[in-house]
Design a binder for this molecule. Sequence first.
Ligand SMILES: *Cc1c(COP(=O)(O)O)cnc(C)c1O
Length: 468
Amino acid sequence: MEYVSTRGSSPQQTFEGVLLSGLARDGGLFVPAEWPQFEPSHIAALHGLSYTDTVVRIVRPFIEPSLVSDDDLSRIVAMAYSGFRDPAIAPLVALDEDTYLLELFHGPTLAFKDFALQLLGGLFDHVLGLRGERLTIVGATSGDTGSAAIEACRDRENLDIFMLFPEGRVSEVQRRQMTTVESENVFNISLRGTFDDCQDLVKAMFADQGLRDDLGLSAVNSINWARVMGQTAYYFSAATRTETLGQPLSFVVPTGNFGNVYAGYVALKMGLPIEKLIVASNRNDILYRFFDQGDMSITDVEPSLSPSMDIQVSSNFERLLFDLLGRDGPAVAEAMQAFRSDGRLPDSARLAADARGLFAAHRLDDQETIDVIRSVHQETGMLIDPHTAVAVGAARKTPRDGTKRIVLATAHPAKFPDAVEKASGLRPPLPDHLSDLLERPERAQTLDNDLDVVRDYVRKHATQRKVS
Ligand SMILES: *Cc1c(COP(=O)(O)O)cnc(C)c1O
């Protein structure tokens, strides 16, 4: 598989190039030059396979030809999901007569991001080892990516990881899952700014060619193609486990950076029958306004009960935009430039009209989110986290048409105990492997929202590791 940049002026890349560089040199995101196709018979053949065997089949066409042999891939995938605490890895449970929950929170850090990042960590390690290279991972997190990336990269010989998070805007559990990791190659940066500030700094560091070359900068945040591909697998796996195999399904996805729902779009492009992809937003509703009202304009980020979705600039949206603009890279570059300078995506009404055949969107405010957590608990006895609740609420706002819906449950309720307790009166306990999290010592460096300050910190610490 060859990969192209969404902005059209970087050379095509192999899978390894895409894996290791993250962002293209022209500032665009990598996407496959064409979509691998799964015929209905191939999809039916996934039925009954283990989760890891499904991942191998879905991922294989994206990485070949490559240094990663079939045996290596099977081993890397098996390792990636060995730390998950449910034998089904991504169990599918019924919520009501036509709605399922796909539980994506049984990984080491209790959020769906482990699915992509555990796989990514294994692939990085393997490919770097074969090439005799080392890399510096720099990422921005609104909460869950950080800990999942750190768990995926910690103690790996050929990697350093620097994670920026907005000071005071991630939950205590989320912060501690990052700052209590005692590994020499893990550097946490608590930034005096918002998540979008963190993301802008990361992008600015990537734009600094000198830094990029000196430190071998790479990304594991949701712009890395390998993450998208790791998430696409559970759309196939879930679809093959419903009783209505072969009939179109809808997926309801709580959305921030548009990575998870874009992975569903990829599944559709590969041949999975999908009726609708329903985008679920919290009060930071730029994607809802785009899909529902045809307006994509940036407003201020406001804290909500679902902090991992407190985002206004959804990086992965550019990948969908690339297709909406007929895979015209220069047109994407121009649109993105106008979006960043005017705060509004040009021509959004027409683009949204084209997208609406497949996408729909709903938004929930914090009160609605609490109400959903409470009513799901009353009706089913299940506790769900606020991100999942936004998606369940969006499913409920979607008119029923007989299509089965799968709601992606993206975090364990114990990750957001305050909201869950407020809604249900019950405080969900952390699973055993994290039960002493609140007592462990923390390590993080607080820095100003200033490119020079952050860049100097990264350079100094990454270089020291390189020399030693
Ligand atoms: C990251 C995250 C989301 C949003 O996913 P995107 O891929 O950024 O759209 C939703 N829920 C939880 C719990 C998350 O950690």
